[in-house]
Ligand binder design. Structure first.
Ligand code: NDP
Ligand code: 2IT
Length: 449
């Protein structure tokens, strides 16, 4: 138990009272409070300025109605949101999530984590997140377009290239960004870098689709280096089968590792021979069609499919949760470690429950929290913004080398703020404190606003 447990408890009690219906948000804040409060107690200027109390309150929350007409001619209504959390170091920046589970608690947790993640990249981006409870599964292209246009009709009042720059997340990829960009341009009569993850014909950066997954694997390579080890020959369990999972697998294969699982909300597949580039191309095609199921992989390649299960019971060296929040609990964490897993790095945001995180840290494995490990996506979004501002596109090689450089820098920051006396690197401390300092100092510089 921390020496500062009383301070942590009283801070959390007040936060829980104020946000009692927001369990994911409370979870995300608790993880930061546990590590940052001891740091603040030793660095009194942050305490005097009440930075933690200020940083957990979003600067602005926008909620709006999204009406649209489906293919049968019926009116439909969804709920849209944008949480503009913190603009101390740059315009609000963060993805949009379209998934039936989306609510304010989930978007506030995502927006809160984004503040620290974006700070770690060292680029000038504040934290934000948005989305809708719209479910893209089973919808026609026309319905998705109608929804995106209606969503952007309202959102366009609140965003802009110097104000707030959304991007993709679960359920939002190139197609949705395209429809939203088209509508923004029509309404505002301005061709600007207001969204990232755009098509490369109209201002998108090369490597942005790959960046989160590639960056995650670059980060894992850095973690392994601290133990004079590498990814070559490692068996890796991956969850999810969307954007992040696919490109994590691609980079794993390239670096000589063997990804053996993929999952979706229906279950997971286990391919003990390893997912090859050829099999991955099939997954990309399959999952390009949003309603397709990963169970199809099991049929095509004659491997086992575990319905309703998550891949953490499979023996591996490295585990990469890349689907969604709270998909890896304490029981899963114990199973992984018992089977010899010694690296867990998060492609998804907050995929490990609080108890699972504590277990990883207690057992001193290499555990890379999402804030650090999946920051490659938003980092290349930042690079897309700078290409839009200068109107000079960069080559694939240049962007990839920037991605690698940024992930290495984030790792160095984690080592700086997270190294313990016995040499153990606590990446939770490292990423939370490393991300906090720049934002907190900027908030102090800018006064009480
Ligand atoms: P996609 O929509 O491309 O893929 C999401 C994947 O996760 C799908 O396989 C989906 O399965 C699965 N999934 C979603 N919700 C659930 C759920 N409730 N239970 C089980 N499985 C679920 O999204 P991304 O790959 O972009 O995002 C994955 C994670 O990575 C998210 O946590 C996101 O916040 C995070 N992230 C994304 C970044 C990006 O640049 N895209 C950047 C940093 C983090 P199904 O098809 O069945 O829904
Ligand atoms: O969680 C994330 O970092 C993202 N979904 C990417 C955000 C972005 O603005 O690129």
């Amino acid at each position: 138990m921390s020496k500062y447990q009383n301070q942590i408890d009283s801070f959390m009690k007040e936060l829980e009272l104020k946000n009692s219906h927001e369990p994911e948000f409370i979870q995300a804040v608790e993880e930061v409070a546990e590590t940052v409060i001891p740091f603040i107690e030793k660095n009194i200027k942050y305490k005097t300025a009440k930075i933690l109390k200020r940083i957990v309150e979003p600067e602005r929350v926008i909620q709006f109605r999204v009406p649209w007409i489906d293919d049968a001619g019926e009116p439909q209504v969804n709920r849209g949101y944008r949480v503009e959390f913190n603009s101390a170091i740059g315009p609000y920046k963060g993805g949009l999530r379209f998934h039936p589970s989306v609510n304010l608690s989930i978007l506030k947790f995502l927006g809160f984590e984004q503040i620290f993640k974006n700070s770690l990249t060292t680029l000038p981006m504040g934290g934000g997140k948005g989305g809708s409870d719209f479910n893209p599964k089973g919808k026609s292209d026309n319905e998705v377009m109608k929804f995106c246009q209606s969503f952007m009709t309202e959102l366009s009042r609140h965003i802009g290239p110097n104000t707030d720059v959304p991007a993709g997340d679960i359920g939002v990829g190139g197609r949705e960004i395209g429809y939203m960009f088209g509508q923004y341009k029509k309404i505002r009569n301005a061709f600007t870098g207001v969204l990232t993850g755009k098509g490369t014909n109209w201002g998108g950066s090369l490597i942005r689709p790959e960046a989160t997954g590639y960056g995650l694997v670059y980060f894992v390579a850095e973690m392994l280096k601290t133990r004079e080890d590498s990814l070559n020959g490692k068996t890796v369990t991956v969850s999810g089968s969307g954007n992040v999972a696919q490109f994590a697998c691609e980079k794993l294969i390239e670096l000589g590792a063997k990804p053996v699982t993929l999952s979706d909300s229906g279950g997971f597949i286990h391919d003990p021979d390893g997912i090859t580039q050829e099999k991955l191309e099939y997954v990309k095609e399959l999952k390009g069609e949003r309603s397709a199921r990963i169970s199809e992989y099991a049929k095509k390649y004659n491997v086992e499919y575990f319905e309703g299960k998550r891949p953490w019971s499979i023996k591996c060296d490295v585990a990469l949760p890349c689907a969604t929040q709270n998909e890896l609990d304490f029981g899963d964490a114990k199973k992984l470690l018992k089977n010899g897993c010694f690296v867990v790095a998060e492609g998804a945001n907050m995929p490990s429950t609080t108890n699972a995180v504590h277990h990883f840290v207690d057992k001193k494995i290499l555990y890379g929290p999402g804030k650090a490990a999946n920051a490659g996506g938003v980092a290349i979004s930042g690079i897309e913004m700078s290409q839009n501002s200068t109107r000079i596109p960069l080559t694939r090689e240049k962007v990839d080398s920037l991605l690698k450089e940024i992930m290495e820098r984030i790792h160095t920051t984690c080592v700086k703020y997270g190294s313990e006396k016995d040499g153990f690197i606590n990446y939770v401390d490292g990423s939370n404190i490393g991300g906090f300092v720049r934002v907190a100092d900027s908030m102090i510089d800018q006064g009480i606003v």
